[in-house]
Design a protein around this ligand. Structure first.
Ligand code: ASP
Ligand code: MG
Length: 401
């Protein structure tokens, strides 16, 4: 009998009607002769609401208590979904992360799954139960509840699919697949029938909101058959796999990410060790740096600019201010009015001219590029945030018609 893991996001279990709808999907899969493990997120905006509730009481709660609170959202969902399945006359059991064997490290709020001890899960599946597992949570070596970071239920589902050698892992959401661009902004975005793990990982990291990037990383590592599809329409979604689509598609998608800030350190000494000092300090503070640009030295000085996630900007600037004198910097500037627009596609590895086509599209739209970064399968530009939407449209339409 084959096993399918089906994951449902918060919007798919928003209210009683949606919970019953999900119960319909998983019981149909079960009745078709499959074993089913369902992974669910907290209903609707529950996680945000819980964060707000905490803030009302203590704006700076300990991470342990925060995880204790946030994990409650998924506890509600699993119980309600199990009740819905019972109502449809099928056997179900709900399990919290620790009951399902999710062992994590101790980084509260952003824990990593170390192993999944599947004995209990296997036993429940043997009893022919539909097993409903709380996403986004596990337990650490101190027996404390941990959470996996916002959007972490995708990762729970993929990890379970890997641990149980599932035939496939279906991620149900409120869109019907992965699109070439955000359909809310890019009107002629098209749905991709399939995409490679590497491309999906880039898209997820660069701002496409459909999958948690860690889940894609894990799917690639364990070769999990992943599919993104709608919980509201029963139509095929997007398959994420090792080798996708032989058809000639230069660009698989365009994204924008407004969660970025640019920091410039002006007039630092043009001597060895400056970049090392700056970036080792940021690394020690666990601040992730993305695009880096260093100017050519002139009169013994140079400028170094880089981007960070917006909520790390203030901390990065504070750290750099303590180094300012040592580096001889005249100024540290932080600009939060920036946006990163990217294109992704394995096709660009073998086709020259992709970058120039992207820059031409931006030029035609009158958009100035502040920074550029590339990898084998992506090109990103940093631009003024006011141009973010028009840049995304222009770039998307240059490659996808
Ligand atoms: N409920 C959690 C969140 O909103 C986890 C998830 O939805 O994947 O981030
Ligand atoms: Mg969610």
């Amino acid at each position: 009998m084959s096993l399918i893991v089906q994951k449902f996001g918060g919007s798919s279990v928003r209210d009683a009607g949606r919970v019953m709808n999900v119960a319909g999907i998983i019981t149909d899969t079960w009745k078709a002769g499959n074993r089913v493990v369902a992974v669910v997120s907290a209903q609707g905006d529950t996680t945000d609401d819980l964060i707000e509730k905490a803030r009302e009481i203590n704006p700076n709660p300990s991470r342990r208590e925060n995880d204790m609170l946030l994990s409650a959202g998924e506890q509600i969902s699993v119980a309600l979904l199990a009740m819905a399945v019972e109502k449809l006359g099928c056997p179900a059991v709900s399990l919290l992360g620790w009951q399902a064997g999710f062992k994590t490290n101790s980084t509260y709020g952003n824990a990593r799954i170390k192993t999944i001890e599947t004995d209990r899960l296997q036993a429940e599946l043997e009893k022919n139960n539909i097993v409903i597992v709380a996403g986004f949570q596990g337990v650490n070596k101190f027996d404390d509840v941990t959470t996996l970071g916002r959007g972490g239920s995708d990762t729970s589902a993929v990890a379970l699919a890997a641990a149980l050698s599932a035939k496939s892992c279906q991620i149900f959401t409120d869109v019907d697949g992965v699109y070439t661009g955000d359909p809310r902004i890019v009107k002629n975005a098209v749905k991709l029938p399939e995409i490679s793990y590497d491309e999906m990982l880039e898209l997820a990291t660069l701002g496409a909101q459909v999958l948690h990037n860690r889940s894609v990383e894990m799917a690639k590592k364990y070769n999990v058959n992943l599919e993104v599809l709608s919980s509201l329409q029963r139509i095929p979604g997007t398959k994420v796999k090792e080798n996708a689509g032989v058809e000639k598609m230069l660009i698989r998608g365009a994204t924008r990410d407004n969660d970025v800030a640019r920091i410039s350190i002006v007039g630092v000494r043009d001597i060895p060790g400056v970049a090392f000092r700056i970036f080792s300090r940021l690394a020690a503070k666990k601040i992730n740096v993305d695009i880096i640009l260093q100017s050519v030295g002139r009169d013994g000085t140079k400028d170094i600019s880089f981007t960070v996630a917006r909520d790390h900007a203030a901390e990065a600037v504070a750290e750099l201010n303590t180094l300012k004198e040592q580096l001889g910097a005249t100024e540290i500037i932080c600009d939060e009015n920036v946006s990163k627009v990217s294109i992704v596609g394995a096709g660009m590895e073998t086709h020259p001219g992709v970058a120039s086509k992207m820059f031409e599209a931006l030029f035609d739209a009158g958009i100035n590029i502040q920074m550029i970064s590339t990898s084998e399968i992506k090109i990103s530009v940093l631009i003024d945030i006011k141009d973010s939407e028009s840049a995304l449209k222009a770039v998307h339409d240059a490659f996808i018609d």
